[in-house]
Design a protein around this ligand. Structure first.
Ligand code: NAP
Length: 288
């Protein structure tokens, strides 16, 4: 591309940022859509979050993605917060507005778009959610907001599950999240559930692990999404498939969180065919 005086700059702030796929998503989108835009990762240390957000605004940067560990730390330095991001308490996209950035959470709208694209229904579903960390907390909000009937939130540290359940149930106004320890799945009614794997167990390079190993757990699953996308087929996904369930990884969530951010920055709608083209490139890039 030809960088000139009118080239818009977008980027990612986080720590680390070396292995990010976001430049692949955004630079490909810009090229395909004829947008004069370049996307760059910026390594930002914890103590520099305020300076990074204010400095980016001063440099007329159009938009930023935010990744770990800064998704909550950026919030005090924003001019405005989208209501969903405010509820979740985490922001992954900053959109330039008059006087400062507005924060959004496109991780959750990205997961929702990814699930819809696979034909996975949430409304009225009984759901198992493994994990109560940053990502699972946001998934719990999304499932509650999208009308899941019940969400059994299973986590190694029960106190963390209790805290997420309390917060989400208050925010969505119903007792939708039921906190449990990992082994308590044995007490659940024997039926088929939608299952979201939101722990970091099984993430590359620890690919031979799953947060629950017992085969009887997987008998309860009919469709599953692992938020992990590296490796492309996690042990959790393999155990689901061995028990006859459908299982998807988190790569489409990553794709769509980026696509939605791009749409917010450029006020455009990205074609599904272009999304699929980029998805193909991402699959190549994460092969291990
Ligand atoms: P996090 O805040 O560090 O939470 C980690 C979670 O994993 C906690 O629930 C933790 O349980 C659990 N855990 C870790 N080690 C465990 C073990 N040995 N046994 C049982 N549980 C264990 O991480 P996060 O930010 O939520 O991210 C979680 C995963 O989601 C990561 O793999 C990340 O790559 C993925 N993710 C994907 C996308 C995407 O776009 N596809 C976006 C965001 C995140 P305790 O509470 O007991 O410690």
């Amino acid at each position: 591309m030809q960088i000139g005086g009118k080239t818009k700059v977008c980027g990612l702030i986080g720590n680390p940022v070396e292995h990010t796929l976001s430049p692949l998503i955004h630079n490909h989108l810009a090229k395909a859509m004829g947008e004069d835009l370049v996307y760059v990762p910026f390594l930002v240390e914890n103590q520099n979050v305020e300076a990074a957000v204010k400095g980016a605004y001063a440099l007329s940067i159009t938009g930023l993605n935010v990744t770990v560990p800064h998704k909550s730390a950026v919030i005090p330095y924003l001019k405005e917060l989208d209501p969903l991001a405010e509820k979740i308490g985490a922001v992954n996209t900053l959109v330039r507005t008059e006087g400062g950035y507005k924060g959004y959470n496109t991780d959750m709208s990205g997961l929702l778009r990814a699930m819809k694209s696979e034909g996975i229904q949430i409304e009225g579903k009984e759901t198992l959610l493994l994990g109560a960390g940053g990502a699972s907390r946001a998934v719990a909000f999304m499932l509650g907001t999208e009308g899941a009937k019940k969400v059994y939130l299973l986590n190694r540290t029960i106190d963390r599950a209790l805290a997420v359940a309390k917060e989400v149930n208050e925010a969505v106004g119903r007792e939708v999240i039921i906190p449990m320890s990992l082994s308590e799945y044995k007490s659940l009614p024997g039926q088929k559930y939608l299952c979201i794997q939101g722990t970091s167990v099984g993430l590359y390079p620890d690919c031979d692990k799953a947060v629950i190993e017992e085969p009887d757990f997987y008998e309860m699953v009919d469709v599953a999404v692992d938020l992990i996308y590296k490796p492309a087929d996690t042990r959790f996904m393999t155990l689901c498939r061995e028990a006859g369930a459908k299982a998807y990884n988190g790569l489409k969530m990553l794709l769509y969180q980026g696509v939605i951010a791009y749409e917010l920055w450029n006020r455009v709608q990205v074609d599904e065919s272009l999304c699929q083209e980029i998805y193909g490139k991402m699959k190549e890039a994460v092969k291990v």
